[in-house]
Design a protein around this ligand. Sequence first.
Ligand code: PSV
Ligand code: MN
Length: 388
Amino acid sequence: MSEQDGVLAALSEQRIETPSWAFGNSGTRFKVFSQPGVPRDAYEKVADAAAVHRFTGAAPSVALHIPWDRVEDYALLAKRAGELGISIGTINANVFQDDDFRLGSVCHADRRVREKAVAHLLECVDIMDETGSNALKLWFADGTNYPGQDDLRARQERLAECLLRVRDRLGPGQRMLLEYKLFEPAFYHTDVPDWGTAYVHCMRLGDAAKVVVDTGHHAPGTNIEFIVAMLLAEGKLGGFDFNSRFYADDDLIAGAADPFQLFRILHEVRRGGGLDPATDVVFMLDQCHNVEPKIPGEIRAVMNVQEALAKALLVDLDALGSAQETGDVLGANGVLMDAFATDVRPLLATWRSEKGLDPDPLAAYARSGYGAQIAAERVGGSPAGWGA
Ligand code: PSV
Ligand code: MN
């Protein structure tokens, strides 16, 4: 197989998952700007996710967020998704927006609140059963704002106990993905602040539990690809929440702020065997589009991830290995830089054409009229947002 054929084949294996919340209105604590055509319910979000897949051919699943995407009949939602050519991906739990969770959820000192949080997590596993989803994504807003506010160790024990109950409820083939975040909304301490803490919990929970790396959840300057390499080597990388950050958890389009970082991460994914579908690494996007149109924003993110992956696939691993073994510092670095500097857009255009797609997904989307159609159709009702 030629190098180009190998890259094209590997690109076809990658599946990128869009987040349902990317299609709803979003913003900052200063202002949520509403946009025309925004979905009013989970069915319309699924339709928009399917549009992203139609134009990219690379985003065949959509993650749900519960309760934002609550519907009467989850099997029907999954069926509709299937009719549109996509499936339901990760189920994201939400134990951070109920007043009872002011001081935490699974780490809360009050057993009643912890029971309420666990009940929600178990409901999410029920939704996995109904939709055919095989992964539960857990991000906890738990933490404290002031030293002494609560007992750090006791909170870890409560967390472990709750996670175990969720693990015991998982069915065959189902997994739980634990996401860490350095800070926010709590500022003194976060209960799952880093990959080490997430890893310790996942180790105790066994094979069904893996760590999610959200690229926006680290201190500035953190070497994320090192974390990826470590987790992959230990068989504990569950997946990514790709997005871009300039300052904090900015949730901007993946590859927009630092395409070189995305390339370095995907190089380590490749090196660690994470592109093998058997490892089940989920390539999710976790983005919000506050000022740009949402569907094109998701299409752009999918294209950026594909470009970074294509460059990572072009790294000459033999040349890199030889340079590393002989201590050729500049040579080794040059191998990576050569791959990164390659313009892979013609290669991706070929990949798309071979799949019967337009080589320019954004232009094809603009021509399709889908944006104008949903703006005309979706009138009345309440546009979806972080609370719907
Ligand atoms: C909050 O930081 C967050 O972005 C987490 O990364 C979750 O994955 C996402 O929200 C959805 O709950
Ligand atoms: Mn995330």
